[in-house]
Design a protein around this ligand. Structure first.
Ligand code: NAP
Length: 323
């Protein structure tokens, strides 16, 4: 039975019940099962798929028949993830490709390689994520969370545009999904210092603001790519038990342990956004547990058109892509 909308929204606003496994359990009772084989013939690339939610997303996609490429920065860990997937789904088509999404040069190289070898790509999940303990710059001089969550994914999406366009059909758009975080509710779009050069750096703050940027970027890319038959969504997984949560937030992991979702529960909405027909009928929407969610709880928190334009300019200037 589907949860009444008000109850569902209340779970969301109270955070702990909504983000934990309790919210997942309450909501899933109203969900339709995704059709087995619904992703047959579709190729989906998942970044950061060597473990945690990325590996769980790949598992969910493979179970629906997709061919999945695990996009990883460490080949050995990628091969381990592939072996684990094959153990569970022996007939699955799973490839491993190396790409450090925080490196614009590596993203450009990887995207060119995909364009050369693939006639079409049907889905892309921007899952790779970090919470840097201290301010770190990439070789190209970008703050690491910004590079990993925003600049790399922007460039990868733009550079894969031709193959994503080729994968789209009038009845079935190609789908790009950003795995953001509920932590983004605590941050507004940074306007004057996106690289976090001034003030006291905190990995948590850098994480939250770049997760906010992902949500706005998904909306901007949704407009940008609409004429190519590509839809772009963002989502947040709630709180799931992954190696990243255990290592980056040990205190939180200890306290919330029994309430944390499994990796599959955290990955569920990302998988659903690739597979569900209804997710192909909209674009630029923020989701959690298979339902659209507000991007701000208070209207006055909404970003200005100028701040949104500044984010776009930041991405374009950093990557050299066309505006
Ligand atoms: N778990 C949660 O409760 C939660 C909540 C909200 C949002 N999220 C989001 O969900 C996503 C996955 O999180 P998780 O909890 O599964 O974290 P995780 O266990 O730390 O996994 C992160 C993955 O990203 C990869 N990665 C990091 N930087 C990369 C880069 N530059 N290039 C390529 N891959 C890179 C890691 O690869 P290595 O194996 O090489 O390190 C790893 O596979 C993140 O975007 C996170 O912000 C998670």
């Amino acid at each position: 039975m589907q949860l009444p909308r008000l109850v569902d929204a209340a779970l969301d606003r109270l955070v702990v019940p909504g983000y934990s496994r309790l919210g997942y359990a309450a909501r899933r009772a109203g969900w339709n099962t995704l059709r087995a084989g619904s992703l047959e013939g579709r190729t989906v690339l998942v970044t950061g798929a060597s473990g945690g939610l990325g590996a769980a997303t790949a598992r969910g996609l493979v179970a629906l028949g997709a061919r999945v490429e695990l996009v990883v920065r460490d080949r050995a860990r990628g091969e381990q993830a592939r072996a684990a997937l094959h153990a569970e789904h022996p007939g699955a088509t799973v490839d491993v490709a190396e790409c450090d999404v925080s490196s614009l040069a590596d993203v450009r190289r990887y995207a060119a390689e995909v364009r050369d070898r693939e006639a079409a790509v049907h889905g892309l999940v921007h899952n790779a994520g970090v919470m840097p303990p201290e301010r770190t710059e990439t070789a190209e001089g970008h703050e690491l969370a910004l590079a990993t969550h925003v600049l790399g994914p922007f460039l990868l999406t733009r550079e894969l545009r031709p193959v994503l366009r080729a994968g789209a059909s009038p009845t079935s758009p190609s789908r790009v999904v950003f795995v953001s975080s509920g932590g983004m509710y605590t941050a507004s779009l940074p306007t004057d210092d996106p690289e976090f050069r001034s003030g006291t750096y905190s990995g948590g703050a850098a994480y939250a603001r770049t997760k906010r940027m992902q949500v706005v970027l998904a909306e901007l890319l949704a407009d940008d790519l609409a004429s190519d038959g590509i839809v772009v969504h963002s989502m947040h997984p709630g709180w799931a038990d992954t190696p990243g949560v255990a290592s980056s937030m040990p205190g939180f992991h200890r306290v919330t342990g029994p309430l944390l979702r499994t990796d599959a529960q955290g990955a569920d909405t990302a998988v659903w956004l690739q597979a569900a027909p209804e997710a192909g009928h909209s674009t630029g929407v923020f989701w959690h547990d298979r339902a659209p969610r507000p991007t701000h709880y208070l209207p006055r928190g909404a970003e200005t058109p100028q701040a949104r334009a500044a984010l776009w300019t930041l991405c374009v200037d950093a990557t050299g892509e066309d505006a």
